[in-house]
Write a new protein. Structure first.
Lengths: 199, 364
C-alpha cells in the first residue's frame, strides 16, 4: 500500500487546477492499485494558517495535519496555477513551511494550469528548481494544461490525456520501485552525544 | 518548585500610545521589575542576552550583579546566555564572579541565539550553531571543574595551562540549564551532562514541548543521572491578567496584535489555544499552569514572560502583584501533586544535587 499526497493550489471553485490534480491522481492510483491512500490537500482553506505560520514560525491546526500528510507520503503530485510567470505565492508558502528534509528523496510529479500555453515553461523554470532544492525526485514528464487543453464539459482531449498518462506512469513506477519511505523522527532517533561531541 | 519571570529585554513602542522607553528607562525598569519579583515572592529573575537593537541586555552579568546587590532572596538566572557567540572563557569568569558576589544565588541557561548577523559580529557562523553550543559548553564545563586546562577545539584559540578565575564558589560550579525551542541535540546535551533542560514552551504548540521534554527525560535516564521523572525541567509561560478576564483580553489585545515575535499573525484567541499564552483572570492562569505537568511531568521551574511587547512598567508591576497571588496558589497545588522521589527544586548552591559528582560529563 502506497500513500499519495496531492497538493493543489487552485483558488476558484470549481478549479481547473483541482480538476487536473484529480485526473493525475486517478491515473497514478490506476497504476499503483486501488489500495493506494490518497490525501488531497487543497491550499485555499489553509491560506490563513499559512500566513499565521509565517508570523509565528509553526504550522497550526489543519496546516499541521497537511504538513504531516505530505511528509508521510510515498509520492507527491503538486499542482499550481501560474501566477506572474511562476507558481502561486500560496503554493510556495506551503512548501516553505515544510520541515527541512521533508521531501528528500520523494518522487514528485509537477503539474500546472494557466489560461495560455505560453506559460508552460513554468514547469521547468520554476517548479523543477523548487523541488530540486527540496531534494525531491521529479519525474521527467510534467503536466501542463492551458484552457485549450480542456474539451467541453471538462473532458480531457488528445495531448493532455497522453501527458497525464505518461507522467502518472513515471510517478507510479518510481513509487513502486522504492521501499516505503522511511519516516525518520528526530525525537526517536537522537544522535548520541559522544557523536555530537566528536563530530 | 521555583517560580519566576524571564525577560527578553526588548525596547518596544507601546502600541496603544506610541511611546518608546529610552534604553536608560528600559534598563532601570528591568531592575525595578526584578526587585518587584522578589517583593511579591517569586524565586527567580532571568534576563536574556542580546547584541542588537531593540534589546538592552548585552551585559547580563553587570545587570544581574546590580540586581543581586539590591535583593536578598531571588535567584538570578539567564534566558539565555549565548553559548555560541560568547567566549566560554568569559562566561566562566563572568558567572563565577557573579556567583561569588551573590553568595551562590544564581544559575544560568545556555542558548544559541537565532539572530543571523550576531554570529559574524562575533566571528562565528550561524550554520555552526549546534557545534558551537556543544564545543563551547564542553570547554566551559571543564573550566569550572578543572584547573590548568589544556584545550584545543575548532572555534576558539587553544588554551595551555589555563586556569579560569575566580574558581566557582566553594568548588561548586553554577547549575546550568540548556534552553531550546526545537533542537533535539540540545535536549541530548542537557541529558548527557545531567544539567537542566528548559523548554521555551511559549512560541510553539504544547505537543512540541512534550516531545522535547520527553526526549530529555529519556536520555537523562539513559546517561544514568536518575530516572526520567527525576530529570530537571523548566518551562516558559506567558500570561496577562486582570481580575476580570474580559478586561485582560481587551487590554492585552493591542500588545498581542503588534508583538514583535508573533504579532500580525494569528488572533489572540487562536494563539491562546495553540500555545501556553494565557490571557485572563488569575484563576485561569492557575488552572492553565497546573495543566502543564500533564504533558511534561512534574517539573522544577516555571518562568513567565510578563514585560515585553511595549507593556508599560506600571502595568508590568501590576502583573507581578497578580502573579504573586497566582504563585501562592500554585506552590501548594504543585507540591501536593509531586511524587516524593521527584526533586521539588532545581539544584541550588550548596544543595546535595549540585555538589554531586557529574558522572557522564566528567569523563569527557
Amino acid at each position: 500500500m502506497s500513500r499519495l499526497a496531492v497538493v493543489t493550489a487552485g483558488l476558484s471553485e470549481p478549479s481547473s487546477t483541482r480538476l487536473l490534480a484529480d485526473l493525475v491522481a486517478a491515473a497514478v492510483v490506476e497504476r499503483l492499485g486501488p489500495d493506494t491512500v490518497v490525501d488531497v490537500i487543497e491550499l485555499r482553506p489553509l491560506a490563513h494558517d499559512l500566513a499565521n505560520a509565517f508570523a509565528t514560525g509553526f504550522p497550526a491546526g489543519a496546516l499541521a495535519d497537511a504538513v504531516g500528510k505530505v511528509a508521510a507520503a510515498d509520492g507527491l503530485v503538486a499542482v499550481t496555477p501560474v501566477f506572474s510567470a511562476s507558481y502561486s505565492g500560496l503554493f510556495k508558502m506551503f512548501f516553505d513551511v515544510l520541515d527541512t528534509g521533508a521531501l528528500e528523496g520523494m518522487p514528485v510529479l509537477v503539474a500546472a494550469t494557466a489560461g495560455t500555453p505560453r506559460h508552460s515553461l513554468v514547469l521547468d523554470h520554476a517548479m523543477r528548481p523548487l523541488f530540486g532544492y527540496l531534494k525531491a525526485v521529479v519525474v521527467p514528464t510534467g503536466v501542463f494544461a492551458a484552457s485549450e487543453d480542456w474539451g467541453s464539459g471538462g473532458s480531457v482531449v488528445g495531448e493532455l490525456r497522453s501527458r497525464i498518462d505518461r507522467a502518472a506512469g513515471q510517478l507510479a513506477d518510481l513509487v513502486a520501485s522504492r521501499p516505503a519511505r522511511r519516516r525518520t523522527d528526530d525525537f526517536d532517533e537522537v544522535v548520541d552525544f559522544e557523536t555530537l561531541l566528536n563530530s | 518548585m521555583e517560580f519566576g519571570i524571564f525577560t527578553v529585554g526588548d525596547v518596544t513602542t507601546d502600541p496603544t500610545n506610541g511611546t518608546t522607553p529610552t534604553e536608560h528607562e528600559r534598563i532601570r525598569a528591568t531592575v525595578a521589575i526584578a526587585q518587584k519579583a522578589e517583593e511579591v515572592g517569586l524565586d527567580v529573575f532571568a534576563t536574556g542576552q542580546h547584541h542588537n537593537p531593540p534589546f538592552i541586555p548585552s551585559a547580563p552579568t553587570t545587570t544581574l550583579a546590580y540586581i543581586g546587590a539590591r535583593t536578598e532572596q531571588i535567584k538570578l538566572s539567564t534566558s539565555t546566555t549565548l553559548i555560541t557567540t560568547t567566549d566560554p572563557v568569559r562566561i566562566a569568569e563572568d558567572y563565577a564572579t557573579l556567583q561569588h558576589l551573590v553568595e551562590g544565588r544564581m544559575d544560568l541557561m545556555m542558548g544559541r541565539g537565532n539572530t543571523g548577523p550576531v554570529y559574524p559580529w562575533f566571528g562565528k557562523d550561524i550554520r555552526q550553531g549546534i557545534p558551537l553550543a556543544i564545543e563551547n559548553y564542553a570547554l566551559l564545563h571543564r573550566l569550572w571543574r578543572e584547573e590548568d586546562v589544556d584545550w584545543q577545539g575548532r572555534f576558539r584559540t587553544p588554551l595551555q595551562g589555563f586556569t579560569s578565575v575566580p574558581r566557582p564558589l566553594d568548588g561548586n560550579p553554577p547549575f546550568v540549564w540548556h534552553g531550546s525551542i526545537r533542537s533535539p541535540e540540545i535536549a541530548e546535551q542537557a541529558a548527557y551532562y545531567g544539567d537542566g533542560f528548559f523548554a521555551n514552551h511559549i512560541f510553539w504548540p504544547a505537543s512540541h514541548t512534550e516531545r522535547m521534554v520527553g526526549l530529555y527525560r529519556r536520555r537523562f535516564a539513559h546517561y544514568g543521572h536518575g530516572s526520567a521523572a527525576q530529570a530537571i525541567v523548566g518551562l516558559g509561560g506567558q500570561v496577562f491578567m486582570r481580575r476580570n478576564s474580559q478586561d485582560a483580553v481587551r487590554e492585552f489585545r493591542p500588545y498581542f496584535d503588534n508583538a514583535p515575535v508573533y504579532g500580525h499573525g494569528p488572533s489572540l484567541e487562536e494563539f491562546t489555544a495553540q500555545t501556553p499564552l494565557t490571557v485572563g483572570s488569575p484563576q485561569q492562569v492557575v488552572e492553565r499552569t497546573l495543566g502543564f505537568r500533564e504533558y511534561v511531568g512534574d517539573y522544577q521551574r516555571q518562568l513567565f514572560l510578563v514585560d515585553h511587547a511595549g507593556l508599560p512598567l506600571r502595568t508590568v508591576l501590576e502583573q507581578l502583584d497578580l502573579l504573586g497571588e497566582v504563585v501562592a496558589e500554585l506552590r501548594p497545588a504543585f507540591e501536593a501533586l509531586r511524587p516524593a522521589d521527584v526533586p521539588a527544586d532545581p539544584p541550588a548552591h550548596g544543595s546535595p544535587l549540585s555538589a554531586a559528582p557529574v558522572t557522564a560529563g566528567a569523563r569527557s
